[in-house]
Design a protein around this ligand. Structure first.
Ligand code: G3I
Length: 308
């Protein structure tokens, strides 16, 4: 079981950051550079320079490389929106994009997040260019192209708010069944686990949902864990609750056994967290504060992992 982090190259001239990253974590996920807008900025023109540099860095430092992400309704190139696609033409472009990118990184990615965030909170499919033009077909097309390109890479569906039983997690279970029925290889469900202190499902609920996916014949990973406060500074009570919430996910992953393959946080220092830019006033979600002291939950996380 790995314990890793997402990161961006821009942060790597911060030597303190890099020292902690390489000492404390065992897998790296590029937070941006493998996304479609960067890897195919013009139709049919592929650019893997930054992605290669990331993969080389991971290999040099014996880090497992978790690759992210092939099809997402954000951070895709603008040329996709500028055309009037037929269904067949868009499926063809998706196939070519996924096949090209996964082939390029063949044998270097332990896993790929193939499709990200395809559902609304109520379990209906998210309206996106991909869904509006192809219906649900873009999902199987992407998974099949990825499997053709790198049969050994683990292929994941990745989403948030699917870590506990609800309409959205039920929809993901149905998607897994549907992909299996279409003979599309899917190996695991990625649980993003972007949590809010005191609004996080219990360990038991998270374990129950992990087991529900596992019972379908796939594995699970925690792919983007962080636990944020909705306002700062937090009360003592909420600070203590953050430890409970961090531990709940990690313990649930441990409890289901090796079918939970690993845990990644979505960066580990608040300086580089996505949270404050997306949710104004929220923060302190990462395991290290911006001054590089660890949060109280850090010790809890370590002891849960040590006891495993
Ligand atoms: O590359 C430009 C740079 O040239 C420019 O100077 C700078 C100025 O703002 O922006 C840079 O682009 C930013 C990009 O990250 C690279 O740093 C975008 O503005 C910013 O929107 C983008 O945010 C990323 C976000 O996805 C996009 O929605 C975050 O870094 C990334 O951590 C985040 O990751 C997502 C996962 O993929 C899916 N799950 C949720 C998670 C958090 O939102």
């Amino acid at each position: 079981m790995y314990f890793g982090t997402a990161t961006n190259q821009e942060q790597w001239n911060d030597t303190k950051y890099v020292d902690i990253m390489l000492e404390q974590f065992g897998s790296l996920t590029p937070a941006n550079v493998q996304k479609w807008m960067f890897t195919e900025p013009e139709e049919g023109v592929f650019n893997y320079t930054a992605g290669d540099a990331f993969a080389d860095f991971a290999a040099e430092h014996n880090q497992i490389l978790l690759c992210d992400t092939l099809i997402w309704h954000q951070q895709y190139p603008s040329w996709l929106d500028q055309k009037n696609w037929t269904k067949d033409a868009l499926l063809d472009v998706i196939d070519k994009h996924v096949y090209s990118e996964v082939s390029h990184f063949k044998d270097r990615c332990f896993s790929w997040n193939v499709v990200n965030e395809a559902f609304n909170e109520d379990g209906t499919f998210r309206e996106s260019l991909f869904y509006n033009v192809t219906g649900t077909d873009y999902i199987a097309t992407a998974f099949k192209a990825a499997a053709r390109a790198d049969p050994k890479a683990q292929l994941y569906y990745n989403d948030y708010n699917i870590e506990f039983p609800n309409n959205k997690s039920a929809a993901v279970e149905n998607l897994v069944k549907s992909l299996q029925a279409q003979d599309a290889k899917i190996d695991a469900v990625g649980l993003q686990a972007h949590f809010i202190v005191n609004k996080t499902a219990s360990e038991a609920q998270q374990q129950q949902q992990m087991q529900a996916y596992i019972d379908l014949g796939v594995q699970v990973v925690i792919s983007e864990l962080d636990v944020r406060f909705e306002s700062l500074p937090p009360s003592e009570a909420l600070l203590a609750q953050q430890t409970v919430d961090y531990e709940a996910s990690i313990q649930a992953c441990i409890n289901v056994g090796k079918q939970c393959m690993g845990i990644s946080v979505w960066d580990f220092v608040d300086t580089y967290s996505w949270v404050p830019t997306t949710f104004a006033g929220n923060g302190d979600a990462c395991l290290w504060y911006s001054n590089y002291t660890t949060i109280p939950a850090f010790d809890g996380v370590v002891s849960v992992l040590k006891a495993a």
